[in-house]
Design a protein around this ligand. Sequence first.
Ligand code: ATP
Ligand code: MG
Length: 393
Amino acid sequence: MRFHTFLLKYGEIGIKGKNRYLFEDALVRQVRRALKDVDGQFEVYKKQARIYVDCEGDYDYEEAAEHLKRVFGLVGICPVVRLADEGFEKLKEDVVAYMDEMYPDKEITFKVESRRAKKTYPKNSMEISRDLGEAVLEAFPDIRVDVHRPDVTVNIEVRDEIYVYSQIIPGAGGMPVGTNGKAMLLLSGGIDSPVAGYMVSKRGVGIEATYFHAPPYTSERAKQKVLDLAKQVAKYSGPIKLHVVNFTDIQLYIYDRCPHDELTIIMRRYMMRIAEHFAGKDGCLGLITGESIGQVASQTMQSLAATNDVCGFPVYRPLIGFDKQEIVEVAERIGTYETSIQPFEDCCTIFVAKHPVTKPNVDVIRRSEERLSEKIDELVQTAVDTAEIIDIK
Ligand code: ATP
Ligand code: MG
């Protein structure tokens, strides 16, 4: 079947009044972005509280649909066949042909629903539905009508042309990116943080990211893995400005001066401080991490409190109540899992203590950090100044 247009459906909740057109305009922008790299020519526009994508000439249908499925804010994607208005008899033939091609197995129930946007059309919507329904029934003896719970609803929209669609591909849901500000994701090479970024972005939030590595203890390939993860998240969130921070000297200094069972917590506090610095500079409104209560020693309630202690920004932890298996399921669905499980070292695993504290006391941690006072400001400044900025498209 050759589809000429996609009709895009979006949720209506919370988008009344002025917010509505902001929401729609952001959605149009995101749809255009999603289709930018797809083979073909697409015209995206809104009309009568709907968004349409007209596909001109040859295009890759599968790829276009795949890309549209990643646009936050869409709840349904309907591939539409557009027919020239050449009289009702011809329309009947075309709709019968449409049903035949779309549903080779005719043991189904259906109903026809019509909208007449062109008021000069000689039949009203009731008549259109009834007469087309009859034509389909006559053509296929096995097919049945069910107006309450049909397997297939055939939608007919009469405009200058006639739009026919019956398939609704589920959309990604959420809100269009750009309607809810921007936040800074602490992105590691693990399973959790890409999922966390995806989840916050789903609510309409643009993403920047910060990755800490420790060359030569961590490799180029570990960094490449994070770039790959950022690319995958960017398929949903749009472009990501990634800050790659060389954390080696800070880690070595902490290792040198602080109790080893507190290393992870103190490191995490410096990560938060540095990420927050970039966040503030770029107008982000919060930080995002992949933390989940109790997952590891650094994510007990006490550890989270100790990490949070240094943050002035809100820290969004969308996975906080998720079990690992639930996180893995999302990671598989959004296509980050396979990359995340590649076995490259992370800077957190290299300097990790055998028996990290699980119930750190914030005052004790603060006092340990005082041992860093001589050089830490300078090291942080250098880490910030030498961060590599990579624009992930
Ligand atoms: P993940 O699977 O996301 O790596 P994790 O289970 O390994 O998480 P931790 O290592 O304790 O958990 O990290 C908790 C969170 O801290 C991560 O989800 C991430 O947001 C942030 N984080 C950890 N290491 C790094 C890093 N090297 N660079 C940037 N952020 C990091
Ligand atoms: Mg990790």
